[in-house]
Design a protein around this ligand. Structure first.
Ligand code: EPU
Length: 471
């Protein structure tokens, strides 16, 4: 779907009338395929702006954020199309290096075009996307890092005007290991004259994936995945075919669902080596995980144990996992303290969990969670991607029906979330205006798996409107 249509649908409320209905009480069983990492794919797409030609990115999830980034690239003159999980991006010789507010407000990651535009075109105008539901999202570190290698910036009317007549490698010391700043500097430095050394760089697997992409294009990036990244500038880059790394946060989401629902699952394509800290915490909570030929195997106990959790940059516990862990701790035995160290406002979904019967107190960037035995289904609202997923995860441990409204937040980051959970045996379905309610579901009580085909509409379809696509 073209980005303007996505925006109109949001504004006119088409998506907001959908909701996810979750009926708890069923253990998960079976296999689920984990897709490519949203937070890598969006940057790989931006990196295609570095040079003319046709790129293919495989293992691309069919999610709304990818559609939104496709809209940003199309507005610059690129052609973007999808076939199965492969995205083809044709970057023309000349691009219009502008990302207006209409596009950037839908996708904060659109600031990732700054570095590639400066290196590939020499100038850019990118509208600042503003904050979001879990706090301010400044780009001062992106700017400081890019300035260190010769970019110049001016701000006016909410837009960043950037030029780079002469990119020259230098030392870049980041104040904080920001994912976005590390990526933007890497993507610009790849075409600078000489060597750029990025210190205090972010170490996320998605950074290493981007370095792999840049190196395949002919770049010379070493050290990605450590705190010091060295980029030797090159004169020429070429388009490539590349397969994106597996999404560790999608995998974490299914592990959290397993934690609240119980059961035993295999996460096909997951990378447990990218989830070591999470697996350690899950182990403390009683969830067993191990590497598997297919990816990863996991089994959950009848009841989770509480644990203390603190988010940190990779290899620490990801902030994106925190809402999922809070949902798990809500039904664990004991008291868990959760500390958020990355995003100031990332506790807004807590009120929704409290409406479901969770016992959670928040104070500044801490939350104290006293586990209860069961939650009770309630209407709740998703406020961002991970908060929305966490409410569904909580619904799996609730009596009765949990109705999650605003699932368009979840669609931004998860392909067929309800469908994948249903395939594991959970009772989760997407309800659209006009769907008839299921008669037997109004009461709490023991759940019996319905015979195949008993849903009035399948978990993720049929849609009232077509799902956004790259076509
Ligand atoms: N920060 C600044 N100035 C900057 C950049 C960041 O103050 O110039 C601050 C941020 O406000 C935040 C902290 O530094 O407090 C970390 O921000 P970072 O730059 O590392 O995050 P990001 O690049 O904006 C990515 C992911 C997020 C994920 C964070 C942290 C993408 C598209 N987004 O954001 O993912 O939470 O790293 O790991 O890669 C999500 O997937 O739902 C999501 C929000």
């Amino acid at each position: 779907m073209e980005t303007g249509r996505v925006k109109r649908f949001y504004q006119e409320g088409f998506f907001s009338q959908d909701r996810l209905e979750v009926r708890g009480g069923r253990p998960l069983e079976g296999s689920v395929a984990i897709g490519g990492a949203k937070n890598s794919v969006l940057k790989l797409m931006a990196a295609c702006l570095l040079t003319e030609g046709t790129f293919t990115i495989r293992n691309v999830p069919d999610i709304d954020d990818v559609s939104a980034m496709a809209g940003v690239l199309r507005a610059m003159g690129a052609a973007v199309s999808r076939a199965d999980d492969a995205l083809t991006i044709e970057r023309p010789a000349a691009v219009n290096p502008e990302a207006p507010y209409m596009l950037t407000e839908q996708l904060r990651a659109s600031t990732a075009v700054l570095g590639p535009l400066l290196a590939g075109v020499g100038h850019a105008r990118v509208s600042l996307p503003g904050g979001d539901d879990f706090g301010p999202r400044p780009i001062d570190m992106h700017i400081a890092g890019l300035e260190a290698i010769g970019c110049r910036f001016e701000m006016s009317g909410g837009d960043v005007y950037a030029t780079a007549d002469n990119l020259v490698g230098d030392s870049v010391l980041l104040e904080f290991p920001s994912v976005g700043a590390t990526e933007n500097v890497m993507m610009a430095a790849v075409r600078a004259k000489g060597t750029t050394v990025i210190d205090n760089a972010a170490r996320e697997p998605e950074i290493a994936d981007l370095a792999g992409f840049l190196n395949q294009m002919g770049g010379q990036v070493t050290g990605a995945g450590t705190s010091t990244i060295i980029v030797e500038g090159v004169e020429e880059l070429c388009p490539v075919e590349y397969t994106a790394v597996s999404d560790r946060i999608e995998a974490a989401t299914f592990l959290a669902a397993l934690g609240t629902a119980g059961g035993e699952i295999t996460l096909v394509g997951a990378r447990p080596d990218h989830m070591a800290m999470l697996c350690r915490k899950l182990g403390e909570m009683g969830v067993r995980t191990s590497s598997d030929l297919d990816g990863m195997w996991a089994m959950s106990p009848k009841r989770l144990q509480s644990a203390d959790v603190s988010t940190l940059p990779y290899p620490g516990l990801p902030t994106d996992c925190k809402p999922l862990l809070v949902a798990m701790l809500s039904v664990a035995e004991g008291v868990g303290i959760v500390t958020e160290n990355l995003f100031s406002g990332r506790f807004r979904y807590v009120d929704e969990l409290v409406r479901m019967g969770a016992d959670i107190r928040t104070e500044s960037h801490h939350a104290v969670i006293r586990g209860v035995e069961r939650l009770s289904g309630a209407p709740v609202r998703a406020s961002d991607i991970r908060a929305g997923a966490a409410l569904v995860v909580a619904g799996l441990a609730a009596d009765g029906v949990t109705t999650v409204s605003d699932p368009h937040h979840i669609d931004r980051g998860y392909e067929s979330f309800a469908g994948k959970l249903s395939a594991l045996g959970a009772d989760v379905r997407r309800v659209r205006p006009g769907d008839s309610p299921r008669p037997a579901d109004r009461r709490a009580g023991p759940m019996v798996r319905p015979p195949t085909g008993s849903h009035p509409s399948p978990p993720d379809g049929p849609a009232m409107l077509p799902k956004p696509s790259q076509g």
